[in-house]
Design a protein around this ligand. Structure first.
Ligand code: NAD
Length: 385
């Protein structure tokens, strides 16, 4: 018997646990820097999380400046503004606080600080030459996993598209995960971001780049999400459910950082650029359709996913067991009160061809377990519409 070999990378130190935010004041000294910049958004200010961070820095007597205007799906223009402020104020360390949007905005800022030029030019794989400032990521959604990933997903307003920069040089140095910071997430964002994490886990588990280590992380993330997401949506103050969901999205993030993603993400990105559908909602609607399409190419793994989702296997027919996985995702999305049709979240049927064309350009397509052409993608979009 031969055991498949694999390579696995993780550049980020992880500090996870309730109350771990209090470690920020000690941790920041390990970077030996002077002035900090907090990068966040207005939602984080409103729920009082920014204040918790500034309290920590003030206690530790660390000088800081704040940029709190990051928008969902951060634009390259916003990142240029952040970079201007960081340079002007002699910032030496970045602290990103929030969901994927502020964390990716901080990664973008770091690319400009370290390399200059135009962000769009860094789109693709390994085009970043130099690491920027030290970066601490404090996630508040469960979620994107961006606190540990080598990806930044940014929006170019002029070109009307979302693009991804992939480089080990942009991964945060430290991810500080305090589940208590997710207690204020409203049910809709809890559900949508949880479904995004599920999509990461399912796509990493079935990616052609998956390996035995990423598989362990991804399948455990799937198990945890099915167990705890409905509880976190139902009762936002359920700290056990919040903590397990936070861990699940972290595991999914580490898994897809190595195994990458697939067709659902390839389509979700242009859906976001064309119709401003939130990333989590787009993935939640698409994932069951993509799974249904993929099952014939990998029935064994999809049957394992069904089992991890807590659905009993009949054991008679591997395809029947595998197809149960997409039905379980549909039930989970329903439990989370998430929309199940693209038509109900602002998509336009006459533009679905354009979305399919854009999805075809995604590098994620090559990693999807079943080859998909434009007509397949068009069909998936029509079913989801
Ligand atoms: P987000 O960061 O856009 O935040 C969504 C909303 O939730 C905002 O209004 C924010 O203020 C609010 N919010 C966040 N935390 C909160 C809290 N604790 N309490 C109350 N409100 C809170 O959402 P997201 O889903 O985390 O990130 C989406 C972005 O991340 C997209 O641009 C997506 O493309 C990107 N993404 C990046 C990666 C990566 O690896 N870099 C992976 C997946 C997705």
């Amino acid at each position: 018997m031969s055991i498949a070999s694999f390579n696995f990378k993780l550049s980020t130190e992880i500090e996870y646990g309730c109350g771990s935010l209090k470690k920020l004041s000690d941790k920041i000294f390990t970077f030996n820097t002077y002035k900090a910049m907090i990068i966040t958004d207005q939602g984080i200010v409103k729920v009082g999380i920014l204040e918790k961070i500034t309290e920590q820095l003030s206690q530790a007597k660390v000088p800081f400046t704040v940029f709190d205007q990051v928008e969902p799906d951060p634009s390259t223009k916003t990142i240029e503004e952040i970079t201007f402020q960081a340079k002007n104020e002699g910032v030496e360390i970045l602290i990103a606080v929030g969901g994927g949007s502020p964390i990716d905005a901080a990664k973008g800022t770091n690319i400009l600080l370290g390399n200059g030029g135009e962000l769009f030019a860094y789109g693709g794989i390994n085009k970043v030459n130099k690491k920027g400032l030290p970066l601490i990521a404090i996630p508040t959604t469960a979620g994107t996993g961006s606190e540990v990933t080598i990806f930044a997903v940014l929006r170019d307003i002029d070109r009307n598209l979302k693009f991804t920069i992939t480089s080990p040089l942009i991964a945060p140095d430290l991810a500080l995960l305090d589940p208590e910071l997710t207690l204020s997430l409203p049910p809709m964002i809890t559900g949508a971001t949880g479904m995004d994490a599920l999509t990461h886990a399912v796509e990493a588990y079935t990616s052609v780049k998956s390996n035995s280590l990423s598989d362990m992380l991804a399948i455990e993330a799937i198990r945890l999400i099915f167990r705890y997401l409905p509880r976190a949506v139902c009762n936002g103050k359920d700290l056990e459910a919040r903590s397990e969901m936070f861990k699940a999205q972290l595991l999914a993030g580490i898994a897809f950082n190595n195994a990458f993603l697939g067709l659902s993400h390839a389509i979700a990105s242009p859906l976001g650029s064309h119709f401003h559908i939130s990333h989590g909602v787009a993935n939640s609607i698409l994932l069951p359709h993509v799974m249904k399409f993929n099952v014939p190419a990998l029935p064994e793994k999809y049957a394992q996913i069904t089992s991890a989702m807590g659905v009993a296997l009949n054991g008679r027919d591997i395809y029947e067991d595998a197809f149960e996985s997409y039905k379980a995702v549909e039930r989970l999305a329903k439990m989370c009160n998430l929309p199940d049709k693209l038509r109900n979240v602002g998509a336009r049927e006459d533009l679905l061809n354009d979305v399919a064309e854009d999805a075809l350009k995604s590098g994620m397509l090559k990693l999807n377990v079943r080859k998909a052409d434009q007509e397949h993608i068009r069909q998936i979009l029509q079913e989801a519409f």
